[in-house]
Design a protein around this ligand. Structure first.
Ligand code: C2E
Ligand code: MG
Ligand code: MG
Ligand code: MG
Length: 285
């Protein structure tokens, strides 16, 4: 074992081991999709000025029988490789919209709280995506303006012309669009201004380092200015400390997401969590 289990060293060429792990992971994911072994958690995004929750991001979770909750960072890339991400992606879209329609219906104070859903590269490249989004909106009864779709720079720059076309058709439905993990990929500024995007989400690696690393702080400041000059709003991801919150507010970033405000929670705990954020905000109305 690479991590130092001892005894099996002779057989544990780590390349082989990771290939086996990978094959096993693929097989287990195949079963997990059949058995519906996934659930969603939801994490609020708040207005940095008032602290008011403005929307909620849906995050996929895999309940592994032995390993417990497996991070999407570990299973999304595997699903992406095998193409199975399309199945999980449809499931996430459907369930996130259904959940949002429920919290808006059941809790009048959450009527304006929309949902963000992460898309994968394969979903964006799939011609049926636009019809699928339209169908989910009509089935769930969720207003298009309550749905925001998150894509990454890398996904967009992979095929900018096609992405632009698909994003335009999604915009025509009335949904909102965000670029996730901004700053970690490579964006052409020419393309950036041509995509019909509403929001940049600054990657948490910049936000988490910004209080000690002036270089990271400068990136956060520059990305915020860039977004505003393109008419976009900005979300800072991974906000864990009060000091980050203060600095972000000072550079004019308007929204934040992070453990400082709220952790991802299952749907059953969401109304209580949003309620407490609402009560502690300085704009509870
Ligand atoms: P993301 O879309 O950038 O989501 C934000 C990630 O940051 C989440 O990790 C969230 O739990 C984490 N996070 C939020 N606040 C903090 C904080 O203050 N500190 C730290 N350290 N982390 C924070 P998670 O849930 O593990 O998801 C990881 C990534 O997996 C997501 O990054 C997204 O790219 C992908 N993902 C999750 N759900 C889905 C999905 O349904 N479909 C697709 N295609 N990708 C998904
Ligand atoms: Mg995201
Ligand atoms: Mg992100
Ligand atoms: Mg990410």
């Amino acid at each position: 074992k690479r991590a130092g289990g001892g005894g099996l060293e002779v057989f544990s060429d780590w390349m082989l081991e990771s290939a086996l792990n990978h094959a096993r992971l693929e097989m287990e994911l195949h079963h997990a999709l059949k058995d519906n072994a996934f659930h969603l958690e939801f994490q609020p995004l708040v207005d940095l000025h008032s602290g008011r929750p403005v929307r909620v991001e849906a995050l996929a979770r895999w309940d592994h029988p032995q390993r417990g909750a497996v991070s999407p960072a570990d299973f999304i890339p595997v699903l992406e490789e095998t193409g199975q991400i399309l199945r999980l992606g449809s499931w996430v879209l459907e369930n996130a919209c259904m959940a949002a329609a429920r919290w808006q219906r059941r809790h009048p104070e959450l009527r304006s709280v929309g949902v963000s859903v992460n898309l994968s590269a394969r979903q964006l490249a799939q011609p049926a995506l636009v019809d699928q989004v339209a169908a989910v909106l009509s089935r769930s009864g969720l207003e298009p303006a309550s749905l925001k779709l998150e894509v990454t720079e890398t996904m967009l720059m992979d095929n900018p012309e096609l992405s632009n076309l698909v994003l335009r058709r999604l915009k025509d439905l009335g949904v909102f669009l965000a670029i996730d993990d901004f700053g970690t990929g490579y964006s052409s500024l020419a393309y950036l201004q041509s995509f019909p995007i509403d929001t940049l989400k600054i990657d948490k690696s910049f936000v988490m380092g910004m209080t000690s690393d002036p270089g990271k702080f400068n990136i956060v400041k520059a990305v915020t200015a860039l977004a505003h000059s393109l008419g976009l709003d900005v979300v800072a991801e991974g906000v864990e400390e009060q000091e980050q919150r203060i600095m972000l507010h000072a550079v004019g970033c308007e929204y934040a997401q992070g453990f400082l405000f709220a952790r991802p929670v299952p749907e059953k705990d969401l109304a209580a969590q949003l309620g407490s954020l609402l009560r502690s905000s300085c704009d509870p109305a």
